[in-house]
Ligand binder design. Structure first.
Ligand SMILES: [Zn+2]
Length: 282
């Protein structure tokens, strides 16, 4: 039988103070890496970003005594795969893969200008070696003979995005399609992209999962209940669409979103999402 274990890396301070954020400490959202393992083999989904958290992740995997054969990268954002080199150093026989359409976006994140952006957020904390995932050959990843199926979903907080379906466990490892207890990154979306993101949630729901693991998950989230996680993500997107339509500036978007979503983690994300739509506080 397969087992799923989730490693959650907590909110991390970022070294820049975004405009409008005042003197407060801005953070990066808590992020997950998910291990799907059988008696001997294991597949890891996403690999975090800083050297230290990737090292902790590999120690956590080692303690389970499994051999990582595959690392699957759900989408091209570096905060989900810059830790790859650390993981591959620890498990040199593992292959890192992503959907072929995701790979160019991951490679672009490793270009000098984009890497220097990430370095500005986490100075001195990133792994010195960077690795991009390879295009997945074929349609499945296997762990001890069980099939794991990458499913392209189009839009999440970036495009293209995917999830990993684990039919044997009725589970979906969701990348950034669903967020759990954390403000959703909408800074790179317009209205049309948000409509497409809602359709991505439909694609996940159509897999009838019992379990959904979010790429960004509050460490205190109660469970991995698919119905709860999907409904909350859908509601957040719909509320954001309505808030943007009704607001005159970013502050009004933030106020409207906080009326229903104040308890979500990483409030800086909401500022970034709102100021990308309408003028905000300087
Ligand atoms: Zn992310």
């Amino acid at each position: 039988m397969l087992t799923i274990d989730v490693y959650t890396s907590d909110y991390k301070p970022i070294a820049v103070t975004p405009p409008g954020w005042g003197g407060r400490q801005a953070t990066w959202p808590a992020s997950t890496a998910t291990l799907i393992h059988g008696r001997e083999e294991a597949a890891l989904v996403d690999a975090l970003i800083t050297r230290e958290e990737a090292e902790r992740l590999t120690e956590w995997i080692r303690a389970k005594g499994k051999t990582v054969t595959t690392v699957y990268v759900t989408h091209g954002h570096a905060d989900h795969f810059l830790g790859l080199s650390v993981v591959l150093d620890a498990f040199p026989d593992a292959v890192a893969v992503a959907l072929p359409e995701v790979v160019p976006y991951a490679e672009e994140q490793l270009s000098a200008p984009v890497l220097s952006f990430w370095e500005s957020l986490f100075p001195g904390q990133l792994p010195t070696r960077t690795v991009a995932p390879q295009p997945l050959a074929g349609e499945v990843i296997t762990v001890d003979g069980y099939e794991l199926r990458p499913v392209p979903v189009g839009q999440s907080d970036t495009h293209p995005s995917s999830v990993l379906h684990v039919p044997a466990l009725d589970a979906v490892i969701g990348g950034d399609v669903a967020y759990d207890g954390i403000h959703m990154w909408l800074a790179d979306t317009d209205h049309e992209a948000r409509m497409q993101w809602l359709k991505a949630l439909d694609i996940v729901a159509a897999l009838n999962p019992r379990i959904v693991v979010s790429g960004h998950r509050d460490p205190a989230a109660p469970d991995y209940d698919a119905a709860r996680v999907l409904a909350a993500s859908r509601r957040y997107l719909q509320d954001f669409v309505e808030a943007v339509a009704a607001a005159r500036d970013a502050e009004e978007i933030i106020t409207a979103m906080n009326s229903a979503h104040r308890d979500r983690g990483n409030p800086y994300t909401l500022l970034a999402s709102a100021t990308a739509q309408l003028p905000g506080p300087a």
